[in-house]
Design a protein around this ligand. Structure first.
Ligand code: CS2
Ligand code: MN
Length: 356
């Protein structure tokens, strides 16, 4: 297992690489080149420039989160072939500079969504929260702007302002797309790119849908054990895997996360795990919490134990944290709470390992 930390380059992060280097046990970062428009090829020179910055700080860059998927691929438009071919070139360029794992998501229109990016918790910290009714009351424009207004001037992955103008139209487009039709679009993508992932030995990891249920009628296809099984069967190689995000999947309390981990990790299909905790306030409402089991509804001990029992040998990162100790930064991605989370997770890891 390698413990890593998400970091955004180009000065678009309140957290510095030397801070990350000082978190015990963290050996690398998951990063991206967010300034490159979705669908364009990532030039080798630009990848190397980011990698050099990271390695000079004494950290590894083996994981990319994310190489985003152009909306035309998700929509299944004829223009997808060009974007898929660009994607494959990016995979080749990433492979050549030593990338081992590429995370992506296949959520239509928007990556993840919250109704509040800084909900006050009783201890005085703030965390991101989700209230289903509140989201449904918003039109896409207001929703996009409320996300951006709460972002403390940092970019929000999946909420790039250049996408806003098309958002309402895109949501409309998907109203007539069924889950099965949408699944065909990921199938087409997977069948096109996986031969290259196999050749380059890159673990390709699809992030689960967040939240794991439909909003505005948008189809969701990676949200529970059966949909993940269906997805994995598209290409049976171990390079076709999932970024197992406990906070996303755990927002639906019907998902038995330790069991899902036992099934998918023992088949070698979880190269990357995002570990975080959530507290349900209703079947469709939740807020994020500190990583400890006692702070939310997920049993992090059982989650870590399931990973270890299944022989998990991939990357783990602490996912979204709260904002504590008066820190300001990108919502979910401050330094302090994620550093606490990573230490807690490593403590669980050591204890379970030594006990087994
Ligand atoms: C999110 C996503 O839960 C998460 O990790 O912050 O933005 C995630 O990075 C993407 O969905 C992965 O493609
Ligand atoms: Mn995640």
């Amino acid at each position: 297992m390698k413990m890593i930390f998400r970091w955004f380059p180009n000065g678009d992060d309140s957290v510095q690489l030397h801070h990350i280097k000082q978190i015990p046990g963290v050996t690398g970062v998951a990063t991206a080149l967010p300034h490159i428009p979705v669908g364009d090829v990532w030039p080798t020179g630009q990848i190397l420039a980011v990698r050099d910055q990271i390695t000079s700080a004494g950290l590894e860059m083996e994981v990319i989160e994310s190489v985003n998927i152009h909306e035309d691929i998700k929509k299944g438009l004829p223009s997808r072939d060009l974007y898929i071919s660009n994607y494959i070139t990016t995979m080749k360029n990433l492979h050549e500079v030593g990338i081992r794992c590429i995370c992506y998501n296949f959520m239509p229109v928007m990556d993840w969504i919250r109704s509040d990016l800084a909900e006050p918790l009783p201890d005085g910290s703030t965390a991101m929260s989700y209230r289903h009714d509140k989201i449904l009351m918003l039109d896409p424009h207001t929703m996009a702007h409320s996300m951006i207004n709460g972002s403390n001037q940092f970019s929000l992955p999946g909420w790039e302002p250049e996408r806003f103008s098309a958002m309402a139209e895109d949501i409309e487009f998907y109203r007539n797309v069924s889950v099965d039709e949408y699944f065909e679009n990921i199938a087409y993508f997977i069948r096109s790119v996986m031969p290259f992932a196999d050749e380059y030995e890159i673990d390709f990891a699809v992030h689960s849908d967040d939240p794991p249920w439909p909003i505005f009628g948008l189809p969701k296809i990676i949200n529970n054990a059966s949909s993940i099984r269906r997805f994995l069967s598209l290409h049976p190689s171990k390079h076709n895997g999932i970024a197992f995000c406990t906070g996303s999947l755990g927002a639906d309390s019907a998902n038995d996360l330790p069991n899902m981990i036992r099934e998918f990790a023992s088949a070698g299909r979880i190269p990357f795990a995002h570990l975080r905790n959530v507290k349900h306030t209703s079947p469709t409402d939740f807020h994020e919490t500190a990583h400890l089991s006692g702070c939310g509804d997920l049993d992090m001990f059982e989650i870590v134990k399931a990973l270890i029992d299944s022989g998990f040998d991939g990357y783990i990162r602490p996912d979204h944290g709260r904002m504590i100790w008066d820190e300001t930064g990108r919502p979910g991605y401050g330094l302090y709470d994620r550093a606490l989370g990573s230490n807690y997770l490593q403590g669980l890891w050591e204890a379970v390992k030594k006990m087994s």
